[in-house]
Design a protein around this ligand. Structure first.
Ligand code: HEC
Length: 128
């Protein structure tokens, strides 16, 4: 066990995790807009649109998780107790149920580039 721990520790130092996580790639919002078509089956990123299957995502970055109006969240998201940041969103989109066990979003993006792009789109959409 101890050897495995030391191995993982030195591996994380080698990967630069000891010196803070590597910066996330800057996304391309026009690619992100295309990827967001998939999200749009359930979500809207417009200020005034509710009533879809998922919560409204307008200005979701900087908003407390599980607090969009008119959405009935899972207890996992309702009680998450954090504010969405770019980093959290990236991890969420890579696997919602892994990130927050009990979350009920049946969708994920495997590609880090696609995640960065869709996050860039959400930031751009929030400026309107
Ligand atoms: C199949 C429908 C569906 C798709 C597709 C989907 N989502 Fe979701 N999403 C949900 C549901 C439902 C929730 C609420 C989950 C819960 O309550 O546990 C959610 C929650 C979220 C949240 C948390 C919002 C908050 O208010 O805390 C974010 C952020 C999010 N989704 C982003 C995305 C993005 C970006 C995409 C596209 C890459 C996407 N989702 C695709 C259904 C979906």
């Amino acid at each position: 066990m101890r050897i495995a721990g030391i191995f993982i520790l030195s591996l994380s130092i080698m990967l630069g995790l000891g010196a803070g996580a590597p910066a996330l790639a800057e996304g391309n919002s026009s690619n992100g807009r295309k990827i967001f078509k998939e999200c749009r089956n359930c979500h809207s990123a417009r200020a005034d649109k509710y009533g879809t299957f998922g919560p409204n995502l307008y200005r979701v970055i900087g908003r407390e998780a599980g607090t969009a109006a008119e959405h009935n969240y899972s207890p996992a998201l309702k009680n998450a107790g954090f504010v969405w940041t770019v980093e959290r969103l990236d991890r969420w989109l890579a696997g919602p149920e892994k990130y927050l066990p009990g979350a009920q979003m049946e969708f994920f993006l495997d590609s880090a580039e696609a995640r960065a792009d869709v996050i860039a789109y959400l930031i751009a959409a929030g400026k309107r």
